[in-house]
Design a protein around this ligand. Structure first.
Ligand code: ZN
Ligand code: ZN
Length: 358
């Protein structure tokens, strides 16, 4: 873990900073191992400091990587920053995506004029994009657990049970198998409700002949999984089957286009163009995919607006095209994959041919 901070400091010359204050708790965990709810890290060429308050001192002693000096701060973590920084002129980066305007003003007050504050959000996130082998193993284990839970759920049947009941059963089963919880609120959405990409499960029973969109994931050992399958609750209507075929075709084509060095916008376009070619361009209103790791949504992005020009090897992304027909039904198919030099390795193990479940 200590080499993560070393790799972080390699980015400092380009970012024109001498040190970085890390306040986003996911980033703090990534760098130091700390899992509590109040902690910050200061990283410089020769500086590894971790700050927390007395409530977490014991937890920090156990969890925080020994390469860090641990400091206990009386109240506000930002009060401790000035004590830890070396003397003299210094450009200190801070995460402008994680710090409020009030916190920034407070920090400015605490620091001497010799310290210049520099907006430096995204540096740790850039590191987190490229997964270490142990991280990929953790994501694969979360995926396997989530796969097993949905297989169990499908074996117990869909028709006549409410979306809420199914979502709760799925989440409960993931916990029973060892997950800390779902990695996000599970989606179970039947019929026309499935046409909302972020549908919330309702108290409505699943009816025979509906398509049911199930989007779920497990959090295991601090890492997330993410998958979607669209299941036919009893035989589906022929136009629903046809649309399912379009989405599957787009999903397979996009999977075929992924490789290290590819660009997020172009991969998205592979799926988007196919869906538009079938006349459903207006029915695919979200991005093709997103990175997954310690957070359910992280870099890189595969979308119309993606600025990720060079998807790195060992990043983990979803591939999840969908077609949503208002008032009728929705179809989404989502796999989680590891990007490799010549393609990708699919972690999701659930089959993708349209499945009919009573
Ligand atoms: Zn999902
Ligand atoms: Zn997703």
């Amino acid at each position: 873990m200590s080499n993560r901070a070393d790799r972080l400091t390699e980015q400092f010359p380009a970012a024109e900073i001498d040190a970085l204050l890390v306040t986003n708790l996911v980033n703090v965990r990534y760098l130091t191992g700390y899992t509590g709810s109040n902690g910050a890290a200061l990283i410089g060429a020769e500086l590894r400091a971790f700050l927390t308050d007395f409530r977490y001192a014991e937890q920090a002693a156990v969890e925080v990587d020994p390469s860090y000096d641990r400091l206990q701060v009386v109240q506000d973590l930002l009060d401790g920053v000035a004590q830890v920084l070396p003397e003299g002129q210094l450009r200190l980066g801070f995460d402008d995506r994680a710090m409020s305007v009030a916190q920034h003003a407070h920090l400015r007050e605490e620091l001497p004029d010799s310290v210049e504050l520099v907006r430096s959000g995204g540096l740790v996130e850039r590191l987190r994009m490229v997964k270490e082998p142990a991280e990929i193993a953790a994501i694969a284990a979360a995926t396997e657990l989530a796969d097993a839970s949905v297989e169990w759920l499908l074996s117990t049947g869909l028709i006549g049970r409410t979306e809420r009941e199914l979502a709760i059963a799925l989440e409960h089963d993931m916990r029973e198998r060892g997950a800390q919880g779902p990695s996000f609120d599970s989606i179970v959405a039947g019929g026309a409700h499935g046409a909302l990409p972020h549908a919330q499960p309702r108290g409505e029973p699943i009816a025979r002949g509906e398509l049911v969109v199930i989007d779920w994931g497990a959090e295991l050992d601090g890492y997330c999984s993410d998958c979607t399958r669209t299941i036919a609750a009893g035989p589906a209507e022929s136009d629903a089957e046809e649309v399912y075929g379009f989405v599957l075709e787009a999903q397979l084509a996009a999977l075929g286009a992924i490789r290290a060095g590819a660009n997020g916008k172009q991969i998205d376009a592979v799926a988007r163009d196919l869906i538009a070619g079938h006349g459903h361009g207006d029915h695919f209103g979200h991005g093709l995919g997103h990175g997954v790791g310690m957070e359910i949504h992280e870099g890189p992005r595969l979308s119309l607006r993606s600025t990720d020009e060079d998807i790195p090897a060992a990043s983990v992304v979803t591939v999840e095209p969908g077609i949503y027909i208002p008032g009728r039904f929705g179809v989404r198919i989502e796999d989680l994959v590891v990007v490799t030099d010549d393609g990708c390795r699919i972690l999701t193990g659930i089959p993708k041919a349209l499945r009919v479940v009573d």
